[in-house]
Design a protein around this ligand. Structure first.
Ligand SMILES: *Cc1c(COP(=O)(O)O)cnc(C)c1O
Length: 386
């Protein structure tokens, strides 16, 4: 008799979860089909109150994607030409494209090697450089909770409050994460969430939300997501966009939300398992005091690009998927290099940590339905490539 073939390992797994709640999802989608309220149906409002409750934020506004959440948040502050928006060089492209779409200038900031998040000293330094030059107004900081780990929000918020800047949390990878016992959602002036299928809370298409404690901002977000409408549908108060969350996606998220707390716990257990097995051999993520990661992505650090290539090959040979988030810092991307060069006169200071991280990061399979035998195989494959 041959041994049973081991279960294939998925990098993200949406099928196992779907099997648990498929009946509920089918019922909820059918209810939307029956009602015919595909846009701004009652499910959207129901989801908004559930998400506010889950995160502890006072207001939640469902929108069409994480990217549109970022855009609506900056539009509500009137950010545009002549404004500098500070954000990490080591993040997903959406964080940087939004200020550019609005005519503002992204100013890339370096990150810390330990947290992968904004380096506050470098942020202060670049704000001072922009201020001294006097050409752009420092208006906003977009902090990213990369891989699910909250950035240092008390410090970012304090810095922004001191300088009259807007603090925007790009929590696209971190829905469910917490700081000092409070979930992300009201640590920054506004928090942008993504429900892209592979995020910690994902729908079956595109979706997103904005969370805030500020009632005035929430009202603006509702207006901006619907073409800047006022109290009636045909009163247009401001330039907005079509940025609504689909009713069907809201219905799917309502079916998924009850699983989230257990899924976050399963992600935490997997992260602890990886750290225990691998921590003596490679750099594994360590959480700062009081931080609870959503573990959207689990990323280890290898000494250099060659070592990473060896581990990645060993993993692939053993059928274990891996990924590199991100192979290139944003200031080296063709779309941004020129804007970066022009953001600070005489050329901005280098971004050494963002650059070396791109050579060293490697992400392992991370999802709530990875069992212990699979996690063992992931670790064995990593160790065999060292
Ligand atoms: C996924 C992601 C976004 C964009 O979210 P979408 O819903 O895909 O538009 C923005 N920022 C970060 C850091 C992300 O990971």
């Amino acid at each position: 008799m041959t041994a049973p073939r081991p279960r294939p390992i998925a990098f993200f797994d949406m099928k196992a979860q779907q099997a648990l709640i498929r009946d509920d999802i089918d019922l909820r989608i059918a209810a939307v089909l029956d009602s015919g309220r595909f846009v701004q149906g009652p499910e959207v409002e129901e989801l908004e109150s559930r998400l506010a409750e889950f995160t502890g934020a006072a207001h939640c506004v469902g929108v069409s994607s994480g990217t549109d959440a970022l855009q609506i948040a900056l539009m509500a502050e009137g950010i545009g030409p002549g404004d500098a928006v500070f954000l990490p060089a080591f993040t997903y492209t959406a964080t940087a494209e939004v200020p550019l779409v609005l005519g503002a200038t992204p100013v890339f900031v370096d990150v810390e090697e330990t947290s992968f998040n904004l380096d506050l000293a470098d942020l202060e330094r670049r704000i001072a450089l922009v201020e001294r030059e006097g050409r752009l107004r420092p208006r906003a900081v977009i902090g990213v909770d990369l891989y699910g780990l909250p950035a240092d929000w008390p410090a970012i918020e304090a810095l922004c409050a001191r300088r009259g800047m807007f603090a925007l949390d790009d929590a696209a990878q971190a829905f469910g994460a917490a700081l000092h016992g409070r979930r992300l959602g009201a640590w920054a002036d506004a928090t942008a969430c993504s429900f892209y299928p592979t995020k910690t809370l994902g729908c079956y298409g595109d979706g997103g939300a904005l969370l805030t404690n500020d009632a005035g901002r929430a009202e603006l977000y509702r207006s901006l997501r619907t073409h800047g409408e006022g109290r009636t549908r045909y009163e247009v108060l401001r330039t907005g966009m079509n940025g609504r969350l689909d009713t069907i996606q809201a219905a799917i998220l309502l079916a998924k939300l009850p699983l989230l707390a257990d899924e976050l716990a399963a992600r935490r257990r997997l992260a602890a398992f990886y750290a225990e097995r691998l921590g003596a051999h490679v750099a594994v993520p360590r959480l700062p005091e009081g931080a609870e990661s959503a573990w959207g992505i689990y990323t280890i650090l290898l000494p250099d690009a060659a070592a990473r290539a060896r581990v990645q090959q060993a993993m692939a040979a053993q059928g274990v998927p891996s990924a590199i988030y991100y192979p290139k810092p944003l200031h080296h991307q063709p779309a941004y290099a020129r804007h970066h060069a022009a953001s600070i006169a005489g050329g901005p200071p280098p971004l050494p940590v963002s650059e070396t991280l791109c050579d060293r990061v490697l992400s392992l399979p991370m999802h709530p339905y990875l069992d212990e035998a699979q996690a063992e195989r992931v670790c064995a494959a990593v160790l065999s490539g060292l």
